[in-house]
Design a protein around this ligand. Structure first.
Ligand SMILES: Cc1cc2nc3c(=O)[nH]c(=O)nc-3n(C[C@H](O)[C@H](O)[C@H](O)COP(=O)(O)O)c2cc1C
Length: 370
């Protein structure tokens, strides 16, 4: 049997039917207000058999936490109906589904556009941001932690199997962990241990909410980026991260998920079986995924999931050779159900490192091609 087909049981008892995870992807199928709509139903509904565990794109827990336009939000009860339908569509063939909950802090450029303000751990004049960042008060930090808790309640109401707390890609949780963006000298910063406190408090509250309102097997995972290195400054390096992972693994959460193929061996060693490790080998074919299991208990993939929505299904059926590794026609491109705004985003030259092979077929309608 292909090792990818082995089931896995998380710390909380939840069973995932295979080792394949669809990594979170912002899909831009929601309304400008963040309500999940038909484009996202089509995109995620088409991916109900991509992986045993499917994670939604980043979903904002606060009004001031939005980085991307047309992304999903969860900071109010009015978002619950759309998310409920989304969860139902993804789960209908037996996969588990998690909402990735996040706040983009200083990088919330869409919130700035909508509300004229962004918040972060410290008021730093970042060269890459065209606006000022307002430093969070201690009370403000607790309010955002509260937002993560309230959003978890909504995730539960919407019928998801769990949450992934998004501590990666320079969003607010990472901004607190980074000495580049966190210059505080209170409970939330000043030492490496204190820079972990924001994440640890978010996790604690999410776990408490889950204990009170969800079933015992509600899944709680944490995603992080292994290192933050700027041209002239190090926000944190792998040594800091390994200490952080050691703390995270002691919180009894269900998994730790990274964002790249760096330091797989070191991370596996530090976790040492205390929680599941979701590794990112950068999967472009079935063999890449199998190879990734040397470090990860599971592997996650994103660009491959864009190209082959039936990835896990085909592996389960022993049809590995049928797994697509590039888009080869306009008809195929259409069948992949990408939200139109996601296509525009992927084809934007600024995002070209994310473009899966063959995306050019999405540029023109079928009738215009010879
Ligand atoms: C279109 C697109 C949107 C993404 N959105 C998110 C996101 O919302 N949250 C997140 O944690 N990662 C996001 N990512 C990063 C992926 O989850 C993944 O870490 C990255 O693409 C590397 O994996 P890969 O080599 O399998 O593509 C996104 C990637 C792509 C291609």
């Amino acid at each position: 049997m292909n090792s990818l087909n082995e089931l896995i049981r998380f710390n909380n008892g939840a069973v995932i039917p295979n080792r394949i995870v669809m990594a979170p992807m912002t899909s831009k199928g929601a309304s400008w207000d963040g309500i999940v709509e038909q484009d996202d139903f089509n995109f995620f509904g088409r991916r109900s058999e991509t992986a045993g565990l499917v994670i939604t794109g980043a979903t904002s827990v606060s009004k001031l936490g939005e980085k991307f336009s047309y992304q999903m939000s969860i900071y109010d009860d009015r978002f619950i109906p759309g998310l409920t339908e989304l969860a139902r569509l993804i789960k209908r063939n037996g996969s588990k589904v998690l909402a990735q909950i996040y706040h983009s802090g200083a990088n919330s450029r869409v919130s700035y556009e909508k509300h004229g303000m962004v918040v972060g751990p410290s008021a730093i004049d970042f060269p890459h941001l065209p606006y000022e960042v307002t430093e969070l008060t201690d009370e403000g930090v607790w309010e955002i932690i509260h937002d993560f808790g309230e959003s978890t309640k909504r995730v539960i109401k919407a019928g998801f199997d769990g949450v992934e707390i998004h501590g990666a890609y320079s969003h607010l949780l990472q901004q607190f962990f980074s000495s580049y963006s966190n210059k505080r000298n209170d409970y939330w910063g000043g030492t490496l241990q204190k820079r972990m406190n924001f994440a640890l408090e978010v996790i604690k509250l999410v776990q408490e909410v889950a204990k009170e309102y969800a079933k015992d097997d509600f899944i709680i995972g944490y995603r992080l980026t292994q290192e933050e290195i700027h041209e002239h400054a190090v926000g944190y390096d792998i040594h800091d991260t390994l200490q952080f992972i050691d703390r995270l693994a002691d919180t009894h959460m269900d998994y730790i998920h990274v964002t790249s193929a760096d330091y797989g061996k070191e991370i596996k060693e530090v976790i040492n079986g205390r929680t599941a490790f979701i590794f990112v080998p950068h999967v472009f074919n079935v063999q890449d995924a199998i190879d990734g299991l040397q470090y990860g208990d599971m592997i996650s993939m994103s660009r491959q999931a864009l190209i082959e929505p039936d990835f896990a299904k085909k592996i389960k059926e022993g049809k590995e050779e049928d797994v697509a590794t590039e888009i080869t026609s306009s008809e195929m491109a259409k069948s992949l159900a990408f939200p139109p705004k996601m296509v525009d985003w992927l084809l934007d030259p600024k995002g070209k490192n994310l473009v899966p092979k063959g995306m050019d077929y999405l540029k023109e309608p079928v009738s215009d091609r010879s």
